[in-house]
Ligand binder design. Structure first.
Ligand SMILES: NC(=O)C1=CN([C@@H]2O[C@H](COP(=O)(O)OP(=O)(O)OC[C@H]3O[C@@H](n4cnc5c(N)ncnc54)[C@H](OP(=O)(O)O)[C@@H]3O)[C@@H](O)[C@H]2O)C=CC1
Ligand SMILES: O=C(CO)[C@H](O)[C@H](O)COP(=O)(O)O
Length: 490
């Protein structure tokens, strides 16, 4: 039922593209009178016409009409393109709002934009909450995972609504207060970074099996389906099988994956994660490899120019299936599964490290276990093993790295021989697997008692007198390289 006359709306949504429209429907389906608005009227009209029967919608065709249709204090969710469009919507709405109103940005905003907007709107007495929403079109309708940031005051009103519309796992809603100002969007950004890493690892596993074994996409769909009932059980593995088994709808007998252009696009959240990680000094190498792999895939001209010029490793090159003997095929599939799981654990460990680093830097007090809890359902990276991550932080909230939790330490250690064989195979066969290789390098870097950084420090001291610390004495030291070679305390 839609109501265009007297009833005041309890909450409004502006921006009715795929996400906003479905979020508004989800909210209305939960019994909230929902005001709806979009820059172009057609989307507002279409929503009310097509889905008006699902709840009580109050359409607004101007910003003023939309704002006036809401009960005070108002709660408005903005669901538009991140960046300048979000600022444009805020600039249009803010003068029409009153002190105490709550403005929510549910888009994929950069957390620094959210901090800026929150501070500016706070001056006007408006509560601004940056809220991460994950789950895509379907999740927005049926129950996303929600990462709300913003003040406690805003959350007191917003929290119950978000808990209603979020998906629940084991009776717990996948929504919890992440922290003040940009905390929600920061965590959503890292979520997306992990999403990039996870997809890159899955794509590498596919590539190795496809070109190392010469399996067809349909055969590999079966492999991924079987993996989806073990440790790897997750939404991304499930949909990998769906994509691989799909035929090109326009040609019989051709796999869809074989006609999709092999240039991965990106809207920016993965890149932001890596840029931010560089500033925080957090080595999210899995996410970085995923962003760079997408970038390389997009350099079509360079890739085209390299064809026939840069040779691979010789006979049995990719596509021939010549690198793994058929007798070893099952073992190779098991190895790739183990390598995928170990690399995935590393990617999540790095993501959780970054959340901790961001939380410390900005004083947010983010609880990593609570993030694992709300990622168990609704979002793109939902996976069985998030239960394990939740348990790991419940046992030890100060866990220095997820890899040091006994369960994960054991899982990665058990998989390491297979992991190493797969990385060796990728190098030998000339099938790039930067995600697997960098995850393994991170694991080895973490576990080694002494790192090669000692030499780096020595070099820095020699060419720039940058000094070094010693293992056996406190203080900073410098060798007088260009004079008598003695060491001085600096
Ligand atoms: N798609 C997804 O799977 C996910 C998206 N998100 C985020 O949610 C938000 C919405 O995403 P999605 O639904 O895909 O839509 P888009 O990101 O494609 O944004 C389209 C919406 O933005 C509006 N818009 C664009 N520019 C302006 C402007 N200058 N002023 C006012 N409105 C403007 C459009 O209005 P109009 O119709 O008039 O053009 C339309 O309502 C984005 O921030 C996105 O990053 C988050 C999770 C998942
Ligand atoms: O936010 C999301 C899920 O939570 C989107 O799926 C994500 O924005 C997709 O990113 P990209 O287009 O960069 O791959």
């Amino acid at each position: 039922m839609s109501d265009e006359t007297t009833q005041k709306a309890q909450i409004g949504v502006t921006g009715l593209a795929v996400m906003g429209r479905n979020l508004a429907r989800n909210i209305a389906r939960h019994g909230y009178v929902t005001a709806v608005h979009n820059r172009t009227d057609a989307k507002t009209k279409a929503l009310v016409e097509e889905f008006g029967h699902e709840g009580t919608f109050v359409p607004g065709y101007t910003a003023q009409e939309f704002v006036d249709s809401l009960e005070s204090p108002r709660t408005i969710v903005i669901m538009v393109k991140a960046g300048a469009p979000t600022d444009a919507v805020i600039d249009e709405l803010a003068p029409l709002l009153s002190e105490g109103d709550i403005l929510v940005d549910g888009g994929n905003a950069h957390f620094l934009d959210t901090r800026r907007r929150e501070a500016a709107l706070r001056e006007k007495g408006i509560h601004f909450a940056g809220v991460g929403v994950s789950g895509g079109e379907e999740g927005a309708l049926l129950g996303p995972s929600i990462m709300p940031g913003g003040s406690e005051h805003a959350y007191a009103k917003l929290g119950p609504i978000l808990a209603d519309i979020a998906v629940s796992v084991d009776g717990t809603p996948c929504s919890t207060h992440v922290g003040p100002d940009g905390a929600g969007h920061f965590v959503k950004m890292v979520h997306n970074g992990i999403e990039y890493a996870d997809m890159q690892l899955i794509a590498e596993a596919y590539d190795l099996l496809r070109h190392g074994l010469g399996r067809t996409p349909k055969q590999l769909a079966e492999v991924f389906t079987s993996w989806n009932s073990g440790d790897l059980e997750s939404f991304l593995i499930e949909i990998t099988a769906r994509v691989l088994e799909k035929d090109d709808p326009t040609q019989e007998g051709v796999a869809l994956v074989d006609v999709i252009l092999d240039e991965a696009e990106q809207k920016g959240t993965g890149r932001w994660t890596v840029q931010t990680a560089l500033d925080l000094g957090t080595p999210v190498s899995g996410i970085a490899e995923a962003v760079f792999a997408r970038a390389l895939s997009g350099h079509a001209e360079q890739r085209g120019a390299a064809q026939g010029v840069l040779p691979g490793p010789g006979a049995g090159a990719e596509g021939t299936g010549g690198f793994v003997a058929e007798a070893d095929a099952d073992a190779f599939v098991d190895d790739v599964r183990a390598a995928l799981y170990a690399s995935k654990v590393v990617a999540y460990a790095q993501g959780f490290d970054m959340i901790r680093a961001g939380s410390l830097e900005y004083g947010w007090g983010v609880d990593p276990g609570a993030m694992a809890t709300i990622w168990r359902g609704g979002c793109i990276i939902r996976a069985k093993f998030l239960d394990r991550i939740k348990d790991a932080y419940a046992k030890n909230p100060e866990l220095p790295s997820l890899l040091l939790d006994p369960y994960f330490a054991d899982a990665v250690t058990r998989g390491q021989e297979a992991w190493r064989r797969v990385v060796v195979h990728s190098v030998t066969a000339g099938i790039p697997a930067p995600g697997f290789a960098s995850a393994l390098a991170y694991y080895d870097g973490l576990r080694r008692e002494r790192s090669s950084a000692a030499l780096v420090q020595g070099l820095r001291d020699l060419f720039g007198a940058h000094t070094y610390k010693r293992t056996d004495r406190e203080g900073s030291f410098h060798v007088q390289w260009s004079s008598d070679g003695t060491e001085v305390r600096s």
